[in-house]
Write a protein that binds this ligand. Structure first.
Ligand code: GTP
Ligand code: ZN
Length: 367
C-alpha cells in the first residue's frame, strides 16, 4: 500500500486542519487522505432522524446522509468520524462516508427486529458505574463487562457511593474477584472522594463514556467530575454560512482538559447483543479452564471430563458466576440466531458476524 507521509500535528486551533477535530489521529488522517477534492472530515456529535450534528474544524454544522449510504444501510452514529462533501454553492454538507471505526458499542435490538444496533463509535474508555448497596450486583457487572469488552473499548469499573459502605475494602475486593484485569475504583460522586483516580483515563484526545443502571449516580458523577456546565464548555463557533442552528441536545462533549465525553440514553440503557467474544474476555477464568475440558468445543453442560464444572464443584468458580456465564451465552446465542434469521430474510449470502463460539454453543444446546 502506498504509505502517506505522516503529517505533523499543527496547532489545535487551525480551522483548516482535521487535527482540530476532537480525537483525530494519524490513522484517521491516512484513511481520510484517500478522499481528494472538496471533502472535509468531521465527527458526529449527535444523531437525528435524517441529519447529524457534525463537529468540523472550528465549527458545528448539520449534515444529511447521502442517498447512497442510506441505500446500503450505512448509518453514522455519535462518535463516528465522517467524510463530508462540502457543497459551498448549496450552503450544505452531505455525509458521504464513515471512516474506519476503532471501537463500536452495539446492542441487541429489542423485540423481533434482527439487526444489532450500533449506538456509538470510537469510544476509548467506558466507565461501568455501579453503586454500593442493593445496586452492587456482580452478575450485572459481568453483563456490562461483556458489552464493553465486545465493543473494543477499555472498561473501568467505578464503585460509587463508597461513603455508604460499612466495609469499603471488602466491597472492592468482591468486585475485583469478577473483574479480571479491569481496574476497580472506589468513588463517591456525592462527596467527590476518589475522583482524581479517573483523571488518567481522560487524557487529551481520549473519548470516554459511562454506562450503568438507573440510580447508581451517573448524573451526579457527570456533574461532579465533568462540571455542571458541561454543555456550556462545549460551546463552539457556529458556521454562519453553512451551519444551521440546532436546538437538540448534543451527545458529544469536549471536556476542559481536552478529553471527549459521549453520553446519550442509548448508551445508558444498553443491552447485551451478540457478544460471545466479550463473554470469553469477561469470563477469562472459564475460557482458560476450557482448554482442559476433554472436548474442544465443550459447552460445560453435560459433557464428561469438563474442567469448568469440576472447578465449580471444587469451589474455584462460584455457582453464581457459572450460572451467569450460561445465561449470557444463551442470550448471545439467541441474538446471533435472531441476526441470522433476519439476514436470511434479507437474502444475504453470507453472514460473517455470527461468532463461531455462539454458533457452536447454539448447535450443541439446541437453543
Ligand atoms: N450516598 C451517596 N449517594 C449518591 C452518590 N452518588 C449519587 N448519589 C445519589 O444517588 C441518587 C441517584 O443518583 P443519579 O446521579 O440520579 O443516578 P443515575 O445513575 O444518573 O440515575 P438515572 O438518571 O436514573 O440513570 C441521587 O439521590 C444521588 O444523590 C454517592 O457517591 N453517595
Ligand atoms: Zn467443559
Amino acid at each position: 500500500m502506498d504509505k502517506q507521509p505522516k503529517s505533523k500535528k499543527p496547532e489545535e486551533s487551525d480551522p483548516d486542519h482535521p487535527y482540530s477535530i476532537p480525537g483525530w489521529d494519524d490513522m484517521l488522517e491516512e484513511a481520510f487522505s484517500a478522499y481528494k477534492g472538496t471533502y472535509i472530515a468531521g465527527r458526529v456529535a449527535a444523531q437525528h432522524k435524517t441529519v447529524c450534528d457534525i463537529l468540523i474544524p472550528g465549527a458545528m454544522v448539520q449534515a444529511a446522509i447521502s442517498g447512497a449510504m442510506r441505500r446500503i444501510g450505512k448509518q453514522p452514529v455519535v462518535g463516528d468520524f465522517v467524510v463530508l462533501l462540502d457543497q459551498a454553492e448549496l450552503s450544505s454538507y452531505t455525509i458521504v462516508d464513515i471512516l474506519p471505526r476503532k471501537t463500536c458499542l452495539a446492542r441487541g435490538s429489542p423485540g423481533d427486529s434482527s439487526e444489532e444496533q450500533v449506538i456509538a463509535a470510537n469510544i476509548n474508555t467506558i466507565f461501568i458505574v455501579t453503586a454500593v448497596g442493593k445496586d452492587l450486583n456482580l452478575r450485572r457487572l459481568e453483563r456490562y463487562l461483556t458489552i464493553v469488552h465486545s465493543s473494543g473499548a477499555k472498561p473501568v469499573i467505578l464503585v460509587n457511593k463508597i461513603d455508604l459502605a460499612d466495609d469499603p475494602e471488602q466491597v472492592i475486593e468482591e468486585t475485583k474477584e469478577i473483574a479480571g484485569d479491569v481496574p476497580v475504583i472506589a468513588i463517591s460522586a456525592l462527596s467527590k472522594d476518589g475522583l482524581e483516580a479517573l483523571i488518567p483515563y481522560i487524557n487529551t484526545d481520549e473519548t470516554v463514556a459511562l454506562i450503568g443502571s438507573s440510580g447508581v449516580g451517573k448524573s451526579t458523577l457527570i456533574n461532579a467530575f465533568f462540571g455542571e456546565d458541561l454543555q456550556k464548555t462545549n460551546d463552539v463557533r457556529e458556521d454562519d454560512d453553512k451551519g444551521k442552528h440546532t436546538t437538540t441536545v448534543r451527545q458529544l462533549f469536549l471536556l476542559p482538559n481536552g478529553g471527549i465525553f459521549i453520553d446519550n440514553p442509548g448508551i445508558r440503557e444498553i443491552q447485551l447483543g451478540d457478544s460471545s467474544e466479550g463473554i470469553d474476555r469477561t469470563f477469562s477464568d472459564i475460557a482458560d479452564l476450557s482448554n482442559s475440558c476433554r472436548f474442544k468445543d465443550c459447552t460445560h453442560h453435560n459433557e464428561p471430563h469438563c474442567a469448568v464444572r469440576n472447578a465449580v464443584q471444587n469451589g474455584l468458580i462460584t455457582q453464581e458466576r457459572f450460572d451467569s456465564y450460561h445465561k449470557l451465552m444463551n442470550e448471545a446465542a439467541f441474538q446471533s440466531e435472531k441476526a441470522e434469521i433476519g439476514l436470511k430474510r434479507l437474502e444475504k449470502k453470507k453472514y460473517k458476524g455470527l461468532s463461531q463460539t455462539a454458533r457452536k454453543y447454539r448447535e450443541y444446546t439446541g437453543k
